[in-house]
Design a protein around this ligand. Sequence first.
Ligand code: ATP
Ligand code: MG
Length: 256
Amino acid sequence: MISVQNLSKVYKLSAKKMKELKTSEGRKIAVSGVSFEARPGEIYGLLGPNGAGKTTTLRCIATLLKPTEGSVSVNGFDTVGEGEKVRGAIAFLTNEINLDPHFTPSYLFHFFGQLHGMTEEEIARRREELFTIFDIGGFADKKISELSTGMKQKAAIAVTLVHDPQVVIFDEPTSGLDILTARTVLDYLRELRDKGKTVVVSTHIMSEAEKLCDRIGILIGGKKVAEGTLQELLAETGTDDLEDAFFRLYKEYGEA
Ligand SMILES: Nc1ncnc2c1ncn2[C@@H]1O[C@H](COP(=O)(O)OP(=O)(O)OP(=O)(O)O)[C@@H](O)[C@H]1O
Ligand SMILES: [Mg+2]
């Protein structure tokens, strides 16, 4: 269970960043007053255009950023006061993967399993499961530096999920993946949901949100402007597909 309460995140901009963004404003409000809950057994999607605040929100949940205002809890643990407990309960996946290029998927999987306090037997069982699902066997003992982008992604996903966490947070789950790998990843997320895990994803791809998510929160300009099941969002906006619903909302809230 993830509970985000009135979350705001303001970035302070360095002089260099201000110049880069051609602004005299020293701060950027990335997320403003966002609340939502993601429950066990559901895939909750944050849908929004570039710069909407999706990654910032997910990084706050994953304890990588501290909220400027509001609070976030995961399975009842506060992300600021009980960060360690939160990190034990989650996997945070992103396409900006940084596996050490000198090591192999096998080595890293084992290393992170040990780091999470798993026994040799548990690591082996989990390895069998995940390396099969993500088809890693063929390159398990090659150095990360010798792998293709997709192979690195698959290895990173397996390594990040080694401890079988209750909560999975995935920023843009299919970004950079080919259609086969993307399908494998999305199917796996559904499987996790069906096992009762809490899954939160971000995406700007309408069809992905439509097909994958049980409930969707639409973020525009750092604010949550709508939330619901696909059917609820369509009813609320008087449209019959998510893309139309999104444009309707964007017209209303986007330019402000
Ligand atoms: N470290 C940072 N310093 C200053 N501003 C930032 C920083 N990180 C993000 N921002 C700004 O905060 C806003 C939200 O960014 P964020 O990365 O959360 O958006 P996003 O919805 O994930 O977008 P995308 O779809 O492009 O990934 C943007 O305007 C971005 O420029
Ligand atoms: Mg992002």
